[in-house]
Design a protein around this ligand. Structure first.
Ligand code: HEM
Length: 491
């Protein structure tokens, strides 16, 4: 692949720990600390933000951010408050949601693509959308979606067998985006990613993610609100193309089967076309359908893909964890035959490994809100309009809340280890009424993909010392994760 040569270049100004402790670990007693920026002093953080434009928020966070309960971030014109206290976060995200709505930051970036969809709307508009969408993600629907997940992973295994046969170097993030996009395509439209139209949606999403303007401290330092920052033409163009393609797919579905139509058993597109608001009997308009389906495509594959890529990268460095996963998969009956939902539910170690990847590399590193009125958290005051930052990245590595917070230790989620973790500070899926609608879906999907990959392949990371996280639209690597897949041979 042509982009791999570029990916192999290390980031020019990475702030690295002295050494990645325990890399490629055969010794279970040795700690493994996967790559993460070393927190810095507040002054250095400010200088870094000033001199390196485009630098991401993670590398600008001072050590204090990982220790304080509430902290004012930098000296920005618009007050930014970082909140790390689980009790205050619960208030913000669960009890007082009306007082702390979604922030213009996120909405401004996503609006060209997803309009005023459930991810960005607030108040009555959000409540109506959520009422109509929730049933599509209920328990029964997960059982049905699992068939789509299996079909996507079966197809993906053919691709991986070919890659393993040739020994080609590939981008792990791109690979995971491919399989998760196929899952979401089959779940929403009952069609595989192989169709020309779906391929084009996938390509346009990749372009959108690559070009959309991001949360950069430089912008905040100069006092510009996100919504004032114009999105680059490439992002606007790809958003327009995606909306056009999704609109065509929705039209065809309605023509084929009417609002109740669609394949037997239905899919998410069918559910949304047929959804009726129980309060006023209204349906989604065509534009609203494009908004919602756009969000499911974006939120439903990019997040899971990022988390899976980080998880598999860490596993490539931790063969003894891989051995334990293989033992569990074999023990619950996952032989060469298809792994079913019942078996996935029994794979607690596989789930703990994925949860630990979500803790260390939450796809949404920051969840912004805006204060509707002035107020204070502990003794830190903020004016009306202040940006309130909740950071799964920081809370999930907070020094006071987790034992050995920077160390990869999936067993911390095992029963009996409650003292070593803080469940109230696990925010990878958010919490309260705006909690991720796809959390159960993503956990099952990721467990299936992990189990199927780990059981059949070894992964060799080609330049692990160059792998470095940054907060973009989701948490991604700065210069890629080049890997090779090889068929695993059990000796
Ligand atoms: C590992 C995978 C995923 C992660 C880490 C994740 C994370 C999140 C987080 C943190 C939020 C809350 C944002 C906020 O409060 O501002 C959220 C909301 C949301 N997610 Fe996910 N997500 C994942 C997968 C999915 C999937 C698979 C879907 C759908 C197919 C999905 C659809 C949504 C939607 C629609 C919302 C908005 C909910 C609302 O505001 O009512 N997500 N997600």
């Amino acid at each position: 692949m042509s982009d791999v040569a570029t990916e192999l270049r290390p980031p020019s100004d990475a702030v690295r720990p002295p050494r990645t402790a325990g890399a490629h670990n055969e010794d279970p007693a040795q700690d493994y600390r996967p790559p993460a920026p070393v927190p810095t002093t507040p002054t250095r953080a400010l200088l870094r933000g000033f001199f390196s434009r485009g630098r991401d928020m993670l590398s600008l966070m001072p050590e204090q951010a990982y220790r304080d309960r509430v902290m004012k971030v930098g000296r920005t014109r618009r007050t930014i408050i970082l909140v790390n206290d689980p009790e205050i976060v619960r208030r913000l995200m669960s009890d007082d949601v009306e007082e702390f709505p979604k922030n213009d930051l996120m909405s401004g970036a996503l609006r060209p693509l997803v309009g005023d969809s459930v991810f960005v709307s607030d108040g009555a508009a959000w409540r109506r959308q959520r009422r109509m969408i929730d049933p599509a993600f209920g328990h029964i629907r997960i059982d049905r979606s699992f068939l789509a997940m299996q079909a996507a992973v079966d197809a993906y295994q053919n691709r991986l067998d070919d890659l393993a046969g040739t020994g080609a170097t590939v981008s792990l993030e791109h690979e995971m985006s491919h399989v998760t996009a196929d899952v979401i395509c089959r779940t929403i439209f009952s069609r595989s990613l192989e169709s020309e139209e779906a391929q084009e949606v996938f390509r346009s999403f990749t372009q959108f993610q690559g070009s959309v303007a991001n949360l950069q401290l430089g912008r905040l330092l100069f006092g510009k609100a996100w919504a004032e920052v114009e999105q680059p033409p490439a992002a606007v163009d790809s958003a327009r193309r995606i909306r056009h393609l999704l609109g065509g797919m929705i039209d065809r579905r309605i023509e084929e089967g009417g609002p109740e139509g669609g394949p037997e058993g239905g899919d998410i597109a069918g559910d949304l076309i047929a959804a009726i608001d129980p309060d006023d009997g209204s349906r989604f308009s065509r534009d609203e359908l494009i908004d919602q389906i756009g969000v499911f495509f974006l939120a439903g594959h990019d997040t899971t893909a990022g988390a899976l890529a980080w998880c598999l990268f860490m596993l490539s460095q931790q063969p003894q964890i891989v051995r334990r996963m293989r033992a569990e998969i074999a023990a619950v009956g996952g032989s060469e035959a298809t792994i079913g939902l019942a078996q996935i539910k029994k794979m607690s170690f596989v789930r703990h490994v994925f949860r630990e990847a979500l803790r260390l590399y939450p796809p949404l590193a920051f969840i912004p809100r805006v204060a509707q009125t002035e107020g204070h958290f502990l003794d830190t005051r903020f004016p009306r309009g202040a940006m309130i930052l909740i950071s799964p990245w920081i809370m999930q590595r907070h020094r006071a809340l987790w034992r050995k917070p920077d160390i990869f230790d999936p067993d911390r989620f095992a029963p009996g280890r409650e003292k070593d973790r803080c469940d109230a500070a696990f925010l990878a899926f958010g919490q309260g009424p705006r909690v991720c609608i796809g959390a159960a879906f993503a956990t099952i999907e990721a467990s299936l993909i992990l189990a199927r990959i780990v059981r059949r392949y070894d992964i060799e990371a080609l330049a692990p010392e160059t792998v470095w996280p940054a907060s973009r639209l989701t948490t991604r690597s700065v210069s890629g994760i080049p890997v090779r897949f090889r068929r695993f041979v059990d000796r």
